[in-house]
Design a protein around this ligand. Structure first.
Ligand code: ZZB
Length: 260
């Protein structure tokens, strides 16, 4: 699986994570949460960044100035893909639990939300996939849409500010069958009421992928008016050339159904 890994630079840390980071005394260092995505063309619509609250993340040294917050498993893969300064070498400087990252403000490249987006909890993040960090695009990802609706509804229970889950959701892609915001359309059509409706969400995701890729037209950004099929590699190339993203590959693995 070839992903685009996106660099979300930390602007301000949530309290607990901030204590850990301050304890490292790494003056002037840059820290990034690094989600892996298959949909670089949707990055205009990022409204938050998800972590698994129970997942343990490592803080890994990339080079003299930069550090990534990702799972240990992702760091091991990256170490052999020329991502870190020293090939095959992993240097972990801290560990932070997902729950302690919640509330952190990060900069999301290309997002319409220039002031930054918040790190929020998502129970269904798989520690064994990608980097264990997921960027949220509720216009085009049914899982993301269902999760932010739930977060906004139960903000207090999740220990977050409601507004963090309620950032404006811009339209990114128009499709003939599902309109401008396919995730919302499909969540309603398949009567999905919670992020735990895994079977329907799986179906919604497949439908959204197919329709978006083969029938979709960009309605935002530099490639507005172009088919998704042609815009996708262009947006990806732009992000990589700007130093805001890089290629991250994952060794093939047995596919385990999420609903199993
Ligand atoms: C942004 C995005 C925008 C995504 C979209 C999807 C969609 P897949 O499809 O199952 O192979 N993802 C990445 N890592 C994880 C993880 N550890 N746990 C849970 N979800 C994860 O997985 C690829 C997609 O699943 C990734 O692409 C990421 O969300 C999420 F509009 O990034 B995506 C119709 C989907 N639309």
């Amino acid at each position: 699986q070839e992903y685009t890994a996106l660099k979300l630079k930390v602007k301000t840390w949530a309290d607990k994570a901030g204590e850990t980071i301050n304890g490292l005394k790494l003056e002037g260092a840059n820290f990034y949460l690094v989600p892996a995505t298959l949909r670089p063309e949707t990055m205009y619509g990022q409204t938050c960044c998800f972590v698994g609250p129970k997942i343990n993340y490592g803080v890994f040294k990339v080079n003299d100035n930069d550090y990534f917050v990702i799972t240990n498993r992702a760091a091991r893969n990256m170490a052999y893909q020329g991502v870190f300064a020293k090939e095959g070498n992993i240097e972990q400087v801290a560990e932070i639990q997902g729950a302690d990252l919640v509330g952190t403000l990060v900069n999301a490249p290309l997002s319409i939300h220039k002031e930054g987006v918040r790190v929020l909890p998502m129970e269904t993040v798989l520690p064994t996939k990608g980097t264990g960090v997921v960027t949220s695009v509720p216009s085009d990802s049914p899982d993301d849409y269902a999760t932010i609706m739930d977060l906004a509804k139960k903000a207090e229970y999740y220990g977050i500010q409601k507004e963090w889950a309620e950032l404006e959701i811009p339209a990114i892609i128009n499709t003939p069958s599902y309109g401008d915001k396919c995730a919302e359309f499909l969540v309603k059509k398949l009567k999905i009421s919670s992020p735990k409706d895994t079977k329907q969400l799986e179906e919604a995701k497949e439908l959204a992928y197919k329709e978006g890729f083969y029938q979709g037209t960009m309605v935002i950004g530099e490639f507005k008016g172009e088919k998704v099929e042609t815009a996708k590699p262009k947006v990806r190339k732009q992000l990589i050339e700007a130093g805001e993203a890089f290629v991250y590959s994952e060794p093939e693995r047995k596919v385990v159904s999420r609903s199993a």
